[in-house]
Write a protein that binds this ligand. Structure first.
Ligand SMILES: Cc1cc2nc3c(=O)[nH]c(=O)nc-3n(C[C@H](O)[C@H](O)[C@H](O)COP(=O)(O)OP(=O)(O)OC[C@H]3O[C@@H](n4cnc5c(N)ncnc54)[C@H](O)[C@@H]3O)c2cc1C
Length: 371
């Protein structure tokens, strides 16, 4: 068997790449699971980019128009007229993308595990059977614990966190609003979220420890015994490099193309697949890194934001909430916030002299960290 491109990992990013490449290249996808979905993921994807990327309407479960932010002692709301983000069914998303790739000519090997490279070929196992597949180019889209990354000697300088998420039955009448809780006394490592899927079902989670999630469920008065699904999964905030070495590239979580502000990785991973397609079409895979400059800028900003968050105590977070809940800040956020471009959102806030002055008063390090 010989292909132009062998993609290892049939998650959202690998399948999206397959659907982008399949018309112009002989493409195969190797996926270790026997069916799609199942990964811990809230499935929140910015609406504008969802449309821009041409992702399937069929996978959308809910539309979010706003968010309510809670700290320990206060809260504020950000509301937009149109949907800002979609909550998707991961299994449907992955399967629809795979269907589209197959229709364009991609071949899928489900239940097949990539083990490593030998003599320029990919060594795979399928039901205890060992096979070798040759391709001109290989792509590791095999997630945060990427075997492909290990095989090419990519190294990570990153913070790895485990996320815990439950689907809870409850009363979520405002199903077009997500809740974001920033209270280090409950969840010290990350914010906690309550994202409605339906009026009576929400995805509730945080990153850190299972104890953090249990504590949050108690404070939010959600019964652990009302949880109908529980999942855990890892993310990595930082850099795993190189993104391309010889005829092997990494995309998506395998390359840690994840927003350190929210742990969203689907859009950035897909943007990078577009960059990879461009580089491959030009016959110059080494340009892939350069073509991902927008995503790299967002990751750099997100890492600064993350360091800032980790250094703040709850008292400082309360002061920042005071500023953000002001009419002026909310107006800026409501008119200019971008779900995936957090650098732009921060700049819009910091460009307002009065908001900048108030934030400097909380701590000059905020401005230093963000700019
Ligand atoms: C709790 C939690 C909540 C999250 N919420 C969101 C969110 O709301 N929005 C968002 O955008 N992102 C979210 N993320 C991040 C998101 O899940 C990832 O960024 C996204 O899954 C990355 O897609 P991927 O295709 O790169 O990797 P993955 O989804 O991890 O897919 C990798 C695929 O490769 C396969 N694979 C692995 N190893 C091998 C191998 N050796 N051989 C063959 N196949 C292999 C796996 O089975 C898997 O199917 C969340 C993550 C967590 C943990």
């Amino acid at each position: 068997m010989r292909y132009d491109v062998l993609i290892i990992g049939g998650g959202p990013v690998g399948n999206y790449l397959a659907s982008l490449l399949a018309r112009d290249f002989d493409v195969a996808v190797v996926e270790k699971k026997t069916s799609f979905g199942g990964k811990a993921c809230t499935g929140v994807i910015g609406a504008e980019n969802y449309e821009r990327l041409g992702l399937p309407e069929k996978a959308v479960l809910n539309q979010l128009r706003g968010a309510v932010f809670y700290s320990k002692i206060q809260s504020f709301e950000i509301e937009r007229k149109s949907p800002q983000a979609y909550v998707v069914d991961r299994k449907a998303l992955e399967k629809e993308l795979a269907k589209s790739a197959v229709k364009k000519g991609a071949e899928y090997f489900m239940g097949t595990v990539f083990q490593g490279f030998k003599n320029g070929r990919a060594v795979l196992t399928h039901m205890n059977e060992r096979l070798e597949v040759e391709a001109s180019f290989y792509v590791g889209a095999d997630g945060v614990a990427s075997t492909v990354a290990k095989s090419i000697g990519a190294s990570a300088k990153a913070e790895f966190l485990t996320g815990y998420e439950v689907e809870v039955v409850g009363d979520f009448e405002r199903r077009d609003f997500t809740e974001v809780w920033v209270n280090k006394e409950i969840t010290p490592k990350f914010f906690a979220w309550v994202t409605p899927v339906e009026k009576d079902l929400a995805r509730v989670g945080t990153f850190g420890s299972l104890e953090d999630l249990k504590r949050f469920l108690r404070v939010r008065m959600l019964e652990p015994t009302s949880a109908v699904e529980f999942k855990a999964g890892a993310v990595g905030f930082g850099w795993r490099k190189p993104w391309v070495r010889g005829n092997v590239a990494l995309v998506g979580d395998a390359a840690l193309q994840i927003k350190p502000t929210t742990a969203g990785g689907i859009v950035y991973g897909m943007f990078c697949t577009q960059a990879l397609r461009k580089a491959l079409a030009e016959g110059a895979p080494e340009r892939y890194w350069d073509y991902c400059s927008w995503v790299r800028k967002q990751i750099s900003f997100g890492l600064k934001f993350r360091r800032l968050f980790l250094g703040l105590d709850q008292e400082a977070i309360e002061k920042i909430f005071e500023v953000l809940k002001s009419q002026e800040a909310r107006e800026v956020i409501e008119s200019q916030a971008d779900f995936d471009d957090h650098w732009r959102t921060a700049r819009a806030v910091l460009r307002r002299p009065s908001l900048l002055a108030r934030l400097i008063k909380v701590s000059p390090s905020i401005i230093r960290a963000l700019l």
